[in-house]
Design a protein around this ligand. Sequence first.
Ligand code: BG6
Length: 511
Amino acid sequence: MKSDGELEPTVFVIFGGAGDLTWRKLVPALFDLSQDRGLPSRFAVIAVDRAKSSDIVLRRRLHEGVNHFSRFGKSNAAAWNQFALHIHYQQGKFETLHTYTALGAQCAKLEKAWAAKAHRIFYMATPPSMFGEIPKYLGKAGLARDRDWARIVIEKPIGCDLESARALNSILAASFDESQIYRIDHYLGKETVQNLLAFRFANPLFEPLWNRRYIDYVTITVAETVGVEHRGGYYDHAGALRDMVQNHLTQLFCLVAMEPMVSFDADEIRNKKVDVLHAVRPIQRDTVPKSAVRGQYGSGDLNRKTMPGYCEEDGVARDSQTETFAALKLFIDNWRWQGVPFYLRTGKRLPQQASEVAIQFLAVPHQPFPPDASLGWQPSRLILSIQPEEGIVLGFQAKYPGPRMQLRPVDMRFYYRESFDAPSPDAYETLLWDVMKSDATLFMRADQVEAAWQLLMPVLEAWQATAPSDFPNYAAGTWGPEDVQGLLAPGHRWPLPTELTTAGMVTRKKS
Ligand code: BG6
């Protein structure tokens, strides 16, 4: 990036350029960036894919995608036409060297026309089966060589277990330096996820309380109402643990538990996150049922519609044993967190969409109020709401008005939409912008990916070794299998996600 903050000439190569991710996420994000922050005038998208197509056909389809998915809504024709001129299609097989030599020639041609050297970003938006191939060919064609100018972007899943993740990381490392590799976890691009660092480390108020002396337990919930949508084929081989826990929930966990960073340097932040994973008490294979619970949804009512069970979804085996719900109990063996359970849960077809972290503080050490004053008394709780509501709610005790001392729980709230008049960019906009700026802060490093797999391997192996006897064990539209209560220590509970009423007030949903 130039010193004045302007992006330098860039060629953005998308392998899988005719695919769904390009249509749904990448090009809408690039278009939105062009409208919002501005892309360099010397900028090109080269979409590489197998199918026969042309610039015109591809641009027409991508235009539809932008009209569907841009955060600015339907695009202005002039703005789109201007942007579309930067998009080019190149037909080619991903496993043929010729595709890459042709690509190199095309990049060189653009650079010649621009009279400037350009950054080359290679984005793998292909099925995962190609992740091991493309970097090899980029290496062979000499396109990975320039450490300061060539970058590769890879989406999850990064492997399907520790061994395959290590193998993929070594393939990447054979052609690219780690500093050139950008592993995307789109949760890290969300404003509210980035705000976890701001909240914890830009305020002196909370950090002194952020430890075992004041915190009883932490829950991290990522609840989805959606099922597997059109991705049954992929999901049925992945399941909730691989699809969500290994990446998104682990990232939230690391951000909540990490030590303060010394600087905002990408590796400093990533080191602190990896430290958390290294400190997690390993789950023992023979005690997995005490630390992990799995579930699969059966048919049920959600939002007044009857939903099919998981095994009735398209692309899913009728006798599938894949989990659509996973919950874990983790402990971190360090000074800050010794003895504090972290409960993580995620599931599909739950009653409400909600991603949130709840910090449950300990009760006061001595309760001086008369017993009838504190009926309904609850220790303080902090909810960091990632989505759909973006904000923070602090629940604490207050005196109920009247002659007697009576305590009632109340909330103090911060909402993004009320406090800031700037809309949140889509996570992909943030991440693509950062790749173009060569800022790796929000991307996963090889060691973190592997540490996350290492942590989950005993659970994956135990689940693989023993078929679930009770699937489906929760109905669509409920909060997961009953066994999930058994993970909790006495007195602990899963919080009910915050819900915004029409009056703009947050209430707790009744179970
Ligand atoms: C993806 C998972 O990574 O994240 C999906 O593969 C999941 O299964 C999605 O639905 C959730 O992302 P978001 O941003 O909608 O919470």
